[in-house]
Ligand binder design. Structure first.
Ligand SMILES: [Fe+2]
Length: 176
């Protein structure tokens, strides 16, 4: 089976389309955060980074009269539900393992409490908690974190670096 890398997910036209809305900078920063936290807690870093990269692809356009209307956005927001569904469809399409795709999708569904009528805090698994915390670490008031910019080249470089580290941890140790 082909191994699906972060860079494959990132370069897919669907990811590129939806990350334009929520911001490549935020997606890459949260992926890096998730990698660090997952490693520290011995949580599956591959699942955590894939969920982190895609966690906000469910965002819709939140502009009104050329400006982002944060209040309106919060009122109607279901981005985690849409994101979980989009991510699952995308992952299956690019050949991801179905068990992995489901885990990632649920981690995206529960990456925020903002749209839920209850606090999911107590319910999160260690993987879901990593994605939630990685996102929170990069959040700024008023959703300002979605406006930070990052070039495609820079994003490619940073995600490839994580792919290499994931690859290294998958590889069995060389006999000495
Ligand atoms: Fe986010």
């Amino acid at each position: 089976m082909t191994e699906v890398r972060l860079i494959d997910i990132f370069n897919h036209p669907i990811t590129q389309k939806y990350l334009r809305r929520s911001g490549v900078h935020h997606a890459v920063s949260v992926t890096e955060n998730a990698f660090q936290i997952a490693k520290e807690r011995r949580v599956n870093a591959e699942l955590a980074t894939k969920a982190a990269l895609l966690h906000d692809i469910g965002h819709y356009e939140w502009y009104r009269d050329g400006k982002w209307d944060y209040k309106e956005y919060r009122k109607h927001d279901i981005h985690a539900i849409k994101g979980a569904e989009r991510a699952h469809k995308l992952l299956i399409r690019i050949g991801e393992n179905r068990v992995v795709a489901k885990e990632i999708s649920i981690a995206i569904l529960l990456h925020t409490d903002s749209y839920l009528p209850f606090k999911a805090e107590e319910l999160r698994t260690p993987l879901q908690r990593v994605v939630f915390e990685a996102d929170e670490m990069d959040e700024l008031p008023g959703g300002e974190h979605h406006n930070h910019k990052m070039s495609k080249q820079e994003a490619d470089r940073r995600l490839s670096k994580i792919d290499q580290q994931l690859e290294k941890s998958r590889r069995p140790l060389e006999p000495s």
